[in-house]
Design a protein around this ligand. Structure first.
Ligand SMILES: NC(=O)C1=CN([C@@H]2O[C@H](COP(=O)(O)OP(=O)(O)OC[C@H]3O[C@@H](n4cnc5c(N)ncnc54)[C@H](OP(=O)(O)O)[C@@H]3O)[C@@H](O)[C@H]2O)C=CC1
Ligand SMILES: CC(C)(CO)C(=O)C(=O)O
Length: 303
């Protein structure tokens, strides 16, 4: 019997799920939860909400078959909802008051990075808030059309979230969901890999394979610096494991930071590279490799 099933075999309703930031990741998760029969509302800004109301959410996915689903959409978070947060880091502060006002049952965030959790907790006192990670490659082609490019959606959530309705619903909706360790372990586990990949792919303007091999010394420095940051923040890791993880990524993979910078769009450079530099400053770590890349990307973006 699955966790959300009753003794009689029928699914117990887990409540309303609100996906705040129905972009590539949020739209895909909303679509998957809707497909699994849950009550889902995609919560976004008016242009996106209008597009989803008019058209639905279309997912193109080899893994899940894809298709169009008439997912409900609103600009307001429903009262007491189970909230998934999937905005970009730079959009988080704008959505916090609306989430707080809805007095959500719980909040699970899927943002990349590590600095968003204190912001969420400060804005949502008394609300169970959990940081999870998702490994997936997805891109929003238009406000209601999502291209799911990776043959996987791998979610990790910390052990404290084992009973979360969001985690239980996602476990049954299609993604691979692993519940393990602490929140810091989950977030840094993803952040170590993502930060290295995102910075190097963006710097070299190449997909993962060539970006990692372009300048082995720079790659080595970035790996060592990120592992040092992780350890200083209480999550020890091995450089060798990170190198192995980086080389297991498909060589043709591009990162969302790389896509955003290439498009001249707002990016998460500060939430990734900037966050590492702030750890370095706080912990007295020299990060010359990360610093060089962030400075070059800042220059290129005209900051
Ligand atoms: N794309 C990927 O493959 C992966 C992304 N991630 C992480 O997931 C998170 C979401 O990324 P992704 O789905 O790619 O991003 P998208 O740009 O596709 O979607 C972001 C969503 O957040 C909303 N948003 C952004 N700024 C604001 C704002 N100021 N106020 C309200 N809403 C806002 C957007 O609104 P609107 O619809 O109005 O534009 C959109 O719905 C990021 O932290 C990313 O690093 C993690 C793994 C993989
Ligand atoms: C590298 C990738 C695609 C892995 O999930 C990612 O998280 C991103 O680009 O933001």
């Amino acid at each position: 019997m699955s966790e959300s099933e009753t003794e009689s075999g029928t699914s117990a309703p887990l409540g309303t799920f609100a996906v705040v930031g129905p972009g590539a990741v949020g739209g895909l998760l909303a679509w998957l939860l809707d497909r699994a029969g849950h009550e889902v509302v995609a919560v976004g800004r008016s242009a996106t909400v209008e597009a989803i109301r008019e058209y639905g959410i279309e997912v193109r996915s080899a893994q899940f078959g894809g298709g169009l689903r008439r997912v409900a959409a609103d600009t307001v978070v429903p009262e007491g909802a189970h909230v998934i947060v999937a905005t970009k880091a730079y959009g988080l502060e704008d959505v916090l008051p609306g989430i707080a006002q809805a007095r959500p049952a719980e909040v699970v965030s899927f943002l990349n990075g590590v600095e968003h959790m204190p912001l969420l907790r400060e804005a949502l006192p008394g609300v169970p808030v959990v940081g999870a990670s998702v490994a997936v490659s997805a891109l929003r082609l238009s406000p209601a059309v999502i291209d799911h490019r990776s043959p996987f959606v791998n979610i990790e959530a910390p052990e404290v979230a084992a009973d979360s309705a969001i985690v239980r619903a996602l476990q049954e909706a299609g993604p691979r969901v692993r519940v393990r360790g602490t929140e810091a372990e989950v977030l840094w586990g993803k952040f170590r890999l993502l930060a290295a990949l995102a910075l190097l792919t963006s710097y070299w303007r190449q997909p993962a394979g060539p970006a990692l091999s372009e300048d082995p010394e720079l790659t080595e420095a970035v790996v060592a610096e990120i592992v040092a940051c992780s350890a200083a923040e209480g999550v020890p890791a091995s450089e060798l494991d990170l190198v192995r993880a980086l080389h297991s990524v498909p060589g043709g993979m591009r990162t969302s930071l790389q896509e955003d910078l290439a498009a001249g769009a707002p990016s998460e450079l500060d939430a990734l590279g900037g966050a590492l530099l702030r750890v370095g400053e706080r912990r007295g770590l020299a990060l010359p490799g990360v610093e060089r890349i962030v400075a070059a990307l800042d220059d290129a973006a005209g900051r």
